[in-house]
Design a protein around this ligand. Structure first.
Ligand code: GAL
Length: 644
């Protein structure tokens, strides 16, 4: 795995560049990302270009053998361009203009902005496409950041109408598919269809779902336009940097056109801003949730056929979460090695130096704004020497996969049918529970080939792909479905025939407040579930029951079905039974420990602030790094025993 950093030469006097490049190389950094917000410096007014500074920055970095990841600057269209073409600006849900003055202020449906995006991409590629020091191109920056996938502009409305016309061909099909007879919502023409915002009460869910699909497609087609231009001029790898928690566009679809998927990992910001409990937020305040980065590593690895990396790794405190603590000593090293253990090709720190001006002046860098080295940078130097000792980091073939699906997330967001329902959180809780059984997981889409897995877990899958059950049967892959699976058609209707009907009867669902736990008796012990249940009836199928007699968990010969949102203890108990039955080895882990297997190595990570003994897991003499007592926020690495 290579190390890198995000550098903004335009923020610093030229006199600093050479020493910066020298210091990067000394720390073990070999790649530098530049240029993603630099449009106003490249083209200060239309067709007046300033290349000297960028040429010089590339030469200076290259002199120190640093390779460049060059970005298209389209996340920040400059003021002159907005003044020239104000319709570039997106509109928010309240139909207010998202004004110039920060970033990502464009609408993906603006044809004029598409033209400008192609123009600047072409210009950059004409100049640098064959530059041997540029080894990768990044398109734009973090599609979706600041809630920018959707725009409610007139251009978006027009483009949506066209998109609907292509999908439905005639308006009768659309009316039928959306169920527009309900509340007299029937349309006579596609041109009558508006965007689903500012309606009196909720818009038709099928309308909202199509708008989300359309908005996701707009991101992909915007990206494809840049990708095509880059490919026409350059053989370098193409990437885009995605973010954690962003689900507003389909990342599997984005990954199809990329050579390598990258993402931006800010574990402390994500924890503080996320759904974790107050207790967890305090417990992991300086380390991040032990599964958050890993979840995204495992997700993005499968978004672009296995090639992935971390484009922005938090090196110190960030500036954007409600609270922004400094990482515990050791965490920058741990996060980096964890990415390596999950198969990353690349880990790059955001940013090289804290900038003393602008919106992100309180965001740490590897160096502070006075150019003093940080703890994070010291750990980068250490990590680069550890990586030198790890010869093979080949990804293992994992036995267990978790299905994560963007359209499912949109569907369940549109009608959660209960305050506590959160698809992403449910998937994350399943992932955590699997990882606390010591398992290494792949995260896959419902279209992914499942034949190599012994177990595939779909925490909730409203639309069951036609061949999924059949494919699983042929491959002898066990499927475990969670609540609400099979509850919808892709048109956002209740299916005329419930997909599991031949095996059991779905009666109805209910949502409950989290505190209204339901009791489940399993192996003479009482467990609890929360917030949701599907009420089903079955005859002749082995099942575990709620205390009122309805089945909570069904062991069908082809799949298992969990009809509720489980507590951790319940899910752990169920997964222990299931993995044992199908021959998957598990190891119950402390809440602060996680392990990850590569083909030859096992990594253990301690997210807690106490020494933890893992001697039961490994023979002492095989360690490559660390030992059987892992320091707080420490790592141990050992050769995996062949028979394990
Ligand atoms: C990322 C973004 C960077 C920077 C960083 C701060 O989301 O790509 O440009 O803003 O956050 O943590």
């Amino acid at each position: 795995m290579k190390l890198g950093t995000c550098y903004y030469p335009e923020h610093w006097p030229e006199s600093m560049w050479d020493n910066d490049a020298y210091t990067m190389a000394k720390l073990g950094i070999t790649q530098v990302r530049i240029g993603e917000f630099s449009w106003s410096r490249i083209e200060p007014s239309r067709n007046k270009f300033q290349w000297a500074w960028l040429d010089k920055a590339i030469t200076t970095l290259s002199k120190h053998n640093l390779k460049i990841i060059m970005c298209t600057p389209t996340a920040t269209p400059p003021k002159w361009l907005i003044d020239e073409i104000p319709e570039i600006l997106a509109l928010n849900e309240a139909n207010q203009t998202r004004k110039f003055g920060s970033r990502r202020h464009y609408c993906f449906s603006s044809k004029n902005y598409r033209k400008e995006s192609r123009r600047i991409t072409n210009i950059l590629l004409n100049r640098y496409g064959k530059n041997p020091n540029i080894i990768s191109w990044q398109t734009d920056n973090e599609y979706g950041c600041h809630n920018t996938v959707v725009s409610f502009s007139p251009m978006a409305e027009k483009a949506f109408q066209k998109w609907l016309q292509v999908k439905y061909i005639n308006i009768e099909n659309l009316n039928k598919s959306w169920g527009n007879v309900f509340w007299s919502q029937e349309y006579n023409t596609f041109e009558q269809i508006l965007l689903p915002n500012n309606t009196v009460t909720e818009a038709n869910p099928a309308h909202s779902l199509d708008f989300r699909r359309f908005s996701s497609d707009q991101v992909i087609s915007f990206n494809n336009e840049q990708v095509n231009i880059i490919r026409a001029h350059s053989d370098s790898l193409i990437t885009h940097n995605c973010m954690g928690h962003f689900t507003s566009f389909d990342h599997y679809a984005l990954g199809e056109s990329l050579d390598i998927m990258t993402w931006d990992s800010y574990p402390l910001g994500f924890l503080d801003q996320g759904w974790s409990t107050e207790k967890e937020k305090l417990q992991w305040m300086r380390s991040g949730h032990p599964d958050f980065a890993a979840f995204h590593h495992d997700l993005y690895r499968n978004c672009s056929k296995g090639r992935w990396g971390v484009m922005e790794q938090q090196p110190g405190a960030v500036n954007w979460a409600p609270n922004n603590p400094t990482p515990a000593n050791g965490m920058v090293k741990l996060w980096t090695l964890e990415a390596a253990a999950h198969g990353a090709e690349y880990c790059s720190y955001f940013r090289w130096r804290q900038v003393p001006f602008g919106q992100e002046q309180n965001h740490a860098g590897l160096f502070d704004s006075r150019n003093e080295i940080s703890q994070g940078a010291l750990e980068v130097a250490e990590v680069s020497s550890i990586l030198g000792k790890l010869k093979s980091l080949e990804t293992a073939s994992n036995e267990v996969a978790l299905m994560f699906d963007y359209p499912s997330k949109w569907m369940l967001d549109i009608q959660p049918q209960g305050n506590e329902w959160n698809y992403e959180k449910l998937c994350f809780e399943f992932y955590t529970t699997l990882r606390r059984l010591g398992l290494s997981i792949d995260i896959i889409s419902p279209d992914h080939d499942i034949s190599k897995y012994k177990l595939v877990v779909a925490p909730s899958l409203p639309v069951i792909p036609i061949n999924l059950l059949q494919n699983a049967k042929i491959a002898n892959t066990k499927l475990l479905f969670g609540p609400r699976s099979g509850s919808k058609t892709s048109e956002y209707q209740i299916p005329p025939e419930y997909p599991f009907n031949r095996d059991f009867q779905f009666i109805k669902s209910e949502s409950l407040r989290d505190s209204a736990s339901l009791k489940i008796n399993m192996n003479d012990k009482i467990y609890y579930s929360k917030n949701w249940r599907d009420i089903i009836e079955c005859k002749g199928i082995n099942n575990i029951k709620f205390s009122d007699g309805h089945p909570a968990y069904i062991h069908h010969v082809d799949y298992d079905y969990l009809a509720t949102w489980p507590t951790y203890e319940l899910l752990k108990g169920l997964l222990l039974n299931l993995t044992k039955k199908i021959g998957i080895k598990t190891t119950c882990l402390d809440e602060n420990i996680r392990i990850r297997h590569t083909k030859d190595l096992t990594f253990a990570f301690n997210y807690g602030d106490e020494i933890l003994d893992i001697s039961k897991m490994t023979p002492e003499n095989k360690f490559i790094y660390g030992g059987s007592k892992i320091d707080p926020h420490g790592i141990s690495i050992w050769k995996t025993q062949k028979n394990k």
